[in-house]
Design a protein. Structure first.
Length: 321
């Protein structure tokens, strides 16, 4: 018998990443190519199918199914991409149907955070847990919810937008239009903005951050803060602790609402915050009515930059996603 595998496809505004993934969640091979996000709908589809063709031709395994992480908003049941701001070429585009028609295999589509949550549940940091809350913290904050091995989509497929839960109704306006979303307060751009404001207020304390940014305060980003913290900078540590102070009430709300078995956090900012996980857990009792909040494991995700590829494949291997 011919050995089989699934293809995980991760579509972003600038790239299409495709990987061959085993039933055990191992990414056996992967490739990346450009995405045509701003042209016609067909040009966008061609970019995806070229990436799939290239990956398929380089493996001896038979591809039994294709799972796609695509930018939302989208309808995971029909596989239709609705109106994603990052991929404006597609409006009400039947991506799953078109890809399935070309390759004659089952195709599933979901957003990246939902799919990554499922991958972590099947093979990663949440393996063995029934009720999982997953958050990826980077340029934005995306979240996914898995109950009993199945992604929770809600009535219309729009559930799980935890990054747009507000913790300050008088706070800054988020890109979504709401005020005080955790994304606008604690994602990478917010960390960079806080760092630049602190440097402007006291350039002597911001000396290391400025040095790492080549002396240009406008070039200071969340990555700069992470590098400075790794070198022992006190101001960088304060800025990251400020981020923890914002994440604590948000995560407390999530725990009171969902009471998950485990909280999994991934993304570039999460990697910077890992040294503060115990601090974050220690604050949760102050922000939860759940008396067992501090007992809920808070763990780093298994899949980093490859979360989209693993997530796409997880959609294929889970019969309940």
């Amino acid at each position: 018998m011919t050995a089989t595998a699934a293809l995980g496809v991760d579509i972003g505004g600038t790239k299409v990443a495709v990987g061959v993934v085993s039933r055990e969640g191992e990414i056996l091979a992967q490739q990346r190519s450009p995405m045509a996000a701003t042209g016609s709908a067909e040009a966008g589809l061609d970019a995806v199918t070229r990436a799939i063709d290239s990956m398929s031709s380089s493996t001896t395994l038979e591809i039994e199914s294709i799972g796609i992480c695509a930018p939302g908003p989208l309808d995971p049941k029909s596989g239709i991409i609705l109106n994603p701001p990052n991929v404006p070429c597609w409006r009400n585009f039947p991506l799953a149907e078109r890809v399935s028609a070309k390759y004659r295999v089952p195709v599933k589509v979901d957003n990246d955070a939902n799919a990554a949550a499922l991958a972590e549940t099947l093979w990663g940091a949440a393996r063995g847990f029934r009720h999982v809350f997953y958050a990826t913290i980077g340029t934005g904050i995306g979240t996914g919810i898995v109950f009993n091995g199945s992604i929770y989509h809600g009535k219309t497929g729009s559930a799980g937008e935890g990054g747009h839960v507000s913790i300050d109704y008088r706070g800054p306006v988020c890109a979504c239009g709401k005020r005080g979303c955790i994304e606008i307060l604690a994602a990478g751009p917010a960390i960079g903005s806080r760092a630049r404001a602190r440097i402007a207020a006291d350039t002597s304390r911001g000396a290391m951050l400025l040095s790492l940014a080549g002396g240009d305060v406008t070039a200071v980003t969340s990555e700069t803060v992470g590098r400075a913290y790794a070198q022992g900078d006190a101001l960088a540590k304060e800025i990251l602790l400020d981020t923890v102070q914002l994440l604590a009430p948000w995560l407390g709300n999530v725990i009171d609402l969902l009471d998950p078995d485990v909280v999994v956090i991934g993304g570039g900012v999460a990697a910077m915050l890992k040294p503060f996980f115990e601090e974050l857990k220690g604050q949760l009792p102050n922000w939860c009515v759940n008396p067992h909040a501090a007992d809920i494991p808070l763990v780093m995700a298994r899949y980093g930059a490859d979360a989209g590829i693993a997530g796409g494949a997880a959609l294929c291997y889970s019969n309940r996603s």
